[in-house]
Design a protein around this ligand. Structure first.
Ligand code: PEP
Length: 253
């Protein structure tokens, strides 16, 4: 019997106005979802809306930032430090999202540094990994995901506050979702990698969640796989679909 608690994150990316944020919070607050014994839910609005979301959101959902600076705050214009997030009681941060790796030049080393610093400052980290279409076509998926995870493994000792999101880049925002078999295969191999190179305990307990065009229509089939422990959801997290995704597994409410 698997003891990993189902984990679902809503990544709002760079979307929303005050009115829209209020509407989404109301939609989330009215949703019927499994109790926190069965599921852990994080909601990740843009930085500027974090206080509003924290003030409105139901208490069984936690708030996550979408990024943070790699070290202590200071003369880093435009950045938000891990200490600031901790000071605002934001428990989670998403790091290494492919949009930040690809559009903002975040290397494996930077993502690893950020992860270590965020964990050291009391944050929990949803660490994103995943391959490009070209890498998948060259059969490099396993190697890419292992390389991205190894960079983090070289900087941290404790994985208890980490969730890994496998997000194939070709599936993000494209409507082209990975098949349940593709997701299961990558998650299984990543768990095996953790077993070999980190520890059997970490491998067994790590929540490995899938992200990339998850919808109400496809979540049940993907979420039924033994190594898929939940989802990171972009587009669908702004809509009523998100409630259906939280109900992907048939837990009692
Ligand atoms: C994401 O950005 O993390 C994501 C999974 O996006 P989408 O669900 O829109 O593909």
């Amino acid at each position: 019997m698997c003891s990993r608690k189902f984990f679902v994150g809503g990544n709002w990316k760079c979307n929303g106005t005050v009115d829209e944020v209020k509407k989404i919070c109301c939609m989330l607050n009215n949703g019927e979802v499994p109790c926190p014994n069965h599921i852990e839910t994080i909601i990740s609005p843009p930085f500027v809306f974090i206080p509003l979301v924290k003030s409105m959101l139901r208490t069984d959902f936690q708030v996550a930032a979408q990024n943070c600076w790699k070290g202590k705050g200071g003369a880093f214009t435009g950045e938000i430090s891990a200490e600031m997030l901790a000071n605002l009681h934001v428990p989670w941060v998403i790091l290494g999202h492919s949009e930040r790796r690809q559009l903002c030049g975040e290397t494996d080393a930077i993502v690893a540094e950020k992860t270590a610093y965020a964990l050291d400052n009391g944050l929990k980290v949803c660490l994103c990994v995943g391959e490009t279409l070209e890498e998948r076509e060259r059969n490099e998926t396993g190697a890419v995901v292992a390389r991205q995870t190894a960079a983090v493994a070289s900087k941290i000792c404790c994985w208890a506050n980490v969730v890994i999101a496998y997000e194939p880049i070709w599936a993000i925002g494209t409507g082209k979702v990975a098949t349940p078999q593709q997701a299961q295969e990558v998650h299984y191999n990543l768990r095996k990698w953790l077993d070999c190179y980190v520890s059997p305990h970490v491998a067994m307990n790590m929540r490995i969640i899938y992200g990339g065009s998850v919808t109400a229509a496809n979540c049940k089939e993907i979420g039924a796989n033994p190594d898929v422990d939940g989802f990171l959801v972009g587009g669908a997290s702004l809509k009523e679909d998100f409630i259906a995704i939280l109900n992907a597994r048939n837990y009692q409410h």
